[in-house]
Design a protein around this ligand. Structure first.
Ligand SMILES: Nc1ncnc2c1ncn2[C@@H]1O[C@H](COP(=O)(O)OP(=O)(O)O)[C@@H](O)[C@H]1O
Ligand SMILES: [Mg+2]
Length: 368
């Protein structure tokens, strides 16, 4: 069972705390992604799992065995980096075969394994070429091929396609995901690109400043974010945030923004009451709503309407991003291509109250 478990793992470089108390497990045959902004500790974590970086404190287990002091070569893992680190003078065949040559495997076995990897990656016709004669995507496949022939139980990938152009990235996303399903092995995949993480991974671990924010399926991260950071990092166009005050007026609870007041539903009120038991006066919160879950129209549509002005329209072909001004705040909502409006028009943004989010203004934690 190629399970990877991290138990209260810390990584410090001098005074820098790159990873702070990270505990998580990646299941056997799972495609797990580490997602977070640059500098949040993704590479450090992957390198500790690989054994290329010392663990400052805590424990890492691979296949049930504590590997803190196990040599990288004995961990049954293979790592694919963003830079391919291919040998320029060796052929593609020899680049892929390299780990097997080091192990002194018999020539017939080497040939068999390289051919099998090349077949899986569809690079059989490139085996005689040298890295200089390959495109970026092809080179990255050679890098993956070199990982494949080692027949590891766990594949570790650090931003393997980040530097490719957008079109090739989209193509390679599907290729790598397909490969993982084909191989039925455990993949841990690091990226700063939320789209890559949510389209490829079974589950995503969102990191910020060395701290795990949430580990969940892409759908859960999108619909039930644990906090403001996760909500803001997942989704495109990104979620809208509006600074508000939560105000109880007898039985009616409201969100007050400089430009509007929003009456909360009984369901939201009940949840907030549970989360904020000591709350009496007003309380700072952030209202979050996704561009996908509100509608814009020229007429009032219901109690959850917010008055706004059109800032600009961005037609995408299949749908339109409508930028709106709510007081001094800018938000984006999605509309159909037949929505017509001019800059400065007064319109209404109708929120889907079941799908709004309310975050604690101080801690960023999800209240609703
Ligand atoms: N060898 C190192 N020496 C000192 N600081 C480092 C070293 N490697 C990484 N760091 C720091 O640790 C933090 C996490 O880095 P890293 O794991 O590379 O993040 P990510 O891969 O998410 O961009 C950053 O603040 C980075 O500057
Ligand atoms: Mg990195």
């Amino acid at each position: 069972m190629a399970e990877v478990v991290l138990n209260n793992v810390w990584k410090t470089y001098g005074k820098v705390e790159a990873i702070r108390g990270l505990s998580l497990s990646c299941k056997d045959k799972e495609f797990l992604s580490f997602l977070g902004p640059s500098g949040c500790g993704k590479t450090s974590t992957l390198r500790m799992i690989a054994g290329l970086e010392e663990i400052s404190s805590g424990d890492i287990y691979i296949e049930g065995i504590r590997v803190n002091d196990v040599d990288p070569s004995k961990r049954n893992i293979a790592m694919v980096f963003e830079t391919y680190a291919l040998y320029p003078h060796k052929t593609v065949f020899e680049n892929i075969a390299y780990p097997l040559r080091i192990r002194r495997e018999p020539t017939s076995k080497v040939k068999e394994k390289v051919m099998h990897a090349a077949q899986l990656l569809q690079i059989e016709e490139l085996l005689d070429r040298r890295p200089g004669e390959l495109s970026g995507g092809q080179r990255q496949r050679v890098g993956i091929g070199r990982a494949l022939v080692r027949e590891p139980k766990v594949f570790l990938m650090d931003e393997p396609i980040s530097h490719l152009d957008a079109k090739l990235r989209e193509y390679m996303r599907a290729e790598i995901k397909h490969l993982q399903k084909d191989l039925q092995e455990t993949f841990i995949y690091v990226t700063h690109d939320q789209l890559e993480a949510i389209t490829m991974a079974d589950r995503v671990a969102v990191l910020n400043l060395g701290v795990l924010q949430q580990l969940d399926t892409p759908a859960k991260l999108f619909n039930q974010p644990a906090n403001e950071f996760v909500a803001g990092f997942i989704g495109s166009p990104p979620i809208n945030f509006l600074q508000c005050e939560l105000i109880p007026e007898g039985e009616k609870w409201k969100l007050k923004h400089p430009a509007f007041e929003l009456l909360l539903t009984d369901k939201i009120k009940a949840t907030l009451k549970e989360k904020l038991p000591a709350f009496t006066g007003s309380y700072p919160v952030k209202l979050g709503f996704r561009p996908q879950f509100s509608t814009v129209g020229h007429q009032k549509q219901g109690p959850a309407d917010i008055k706004c002005k059109v800032f600009i329209l961005e037609p995408l072909g299949t749908e339109m991003i409508v930028h709106l001004l709510i007081g001094k705040d800018r938000v984006k909502v999605l509309a159909s291509m037949d929505f017509e409006a001019s800059i400065g028009d007064n319109v209404f943004n109708n929120l889907d109250m079941d799908r709004i989010h309310i975050f604690d203004g101080e801690t960023g934690k999800t209240l609703f």
